[in-house]
Design a protein around this ligand. Structure first.
Ligand code: MN
Length: 241
């Protein structure tokens, strides 16, 4: 049956070869059967800029996606909070199309809204402030004006800081806020919602203004392949045959 796959939060990096191998297997064996593959953010553990494409690791990942696209599976990539510097050269290397966050699609006749999910974590005001800063085009161009090694060092530093602050934050402020979810659903005429980011895979039902909306949360890839499969009958968790 024609179907579409959704994944997010793979956090691919050379230091986690097991996850990379899982992803390559998925790209070679599972995804070619799908009409389309949506990667909803944090494909990479971090992305320092498109001039970092030329490493054997990045070439291997992008090459696998490009092959998949040549085989007929359309590929869409959304930015996550870690790889928000992915740009057109990365998209071209993967034969993929970059998506805005959020993006609304017609998924087998049902209006579906896609987002990475970090915009919904409004309880974490420090993070939201940081997000606004680093997503501004002047911040990005200043950052990208540095050498690749300077950028990587700065990212390392930011990551250490964020690990420290995460430990001090309550679990609930790092989850999505119901209010933010409802505002988004209202704004987009009560679609079905798919997102990642929180690493809390689940299907939720939201009752908003007399509408019932499904919210599917993708899981990370730390321990296993985590994907959603959609076809004209609905959405389900991908499970290996
Ligand atoms: Mn994320």
């Amino acid at each position: 049956m024609p179907h579409t796959l959704f994944i997010s939060d793979l956090h691919l990096s050379e230091s986690h070869p097991h996850t990379a191998a899982q992803f390559l297997r998925f790209a070679h064996e599972v995804a070619p059967k799908a009409e389309a593959l949506y990667i909803l953010g944090d494909l990479f553990e971090y992305w320092a800029g498109d001039d970092d494409l030329d490493t054997p690791f990045h070439r291997q990942i992008c090459g696998a996606l490009s092959e998949l696209a040549i085989g007929g599976t359309r590929i869409f990539i959304m930015h996550g909070n870690r790889d928000f510097l992915m740009d057109e050269a990365l998209a071209a290397a993967c034969n993929a199309q970059l998506l805005n966050d959020p993006t609304s699609i017609d998924l087998y006749g049902q209006s579906t809204l896609l987002t990475h999910g970090d915009i919904l974590c409004t309880g974490d005001s420090a993070y939201q402030q940081f997000r606004t800063t680093v997503r501004a085009s002047d911040w990005k161009s200043q950052f990208l004006a540095q050498s690749l090694s300077q950028r990587k060092a700065q990212i390392e530093q930011l990551r250490t800081q964020s690990e420290h602050s995460k430990r001090e934050k309550a679990m609930e402020i790092m989850d999505v806020s119901n209010e933010a979810v409802h505002t988004l659903l209202r704004h987009h005429d009560y679609p079905r919602l798919i997102h990642g980011h929180t690493h809390r895979p689940a299907k939720h039902l939201h009752h908003v203004d007399g509408h019932t909306c499904e919210r599917w949360v993708l899981g990370d890839w730390d321990t296993r392949t985590n994907a959603l499969r959609a076809d004209r009958e609905g959405i389900s968790w991908y499970s290996p045959q």
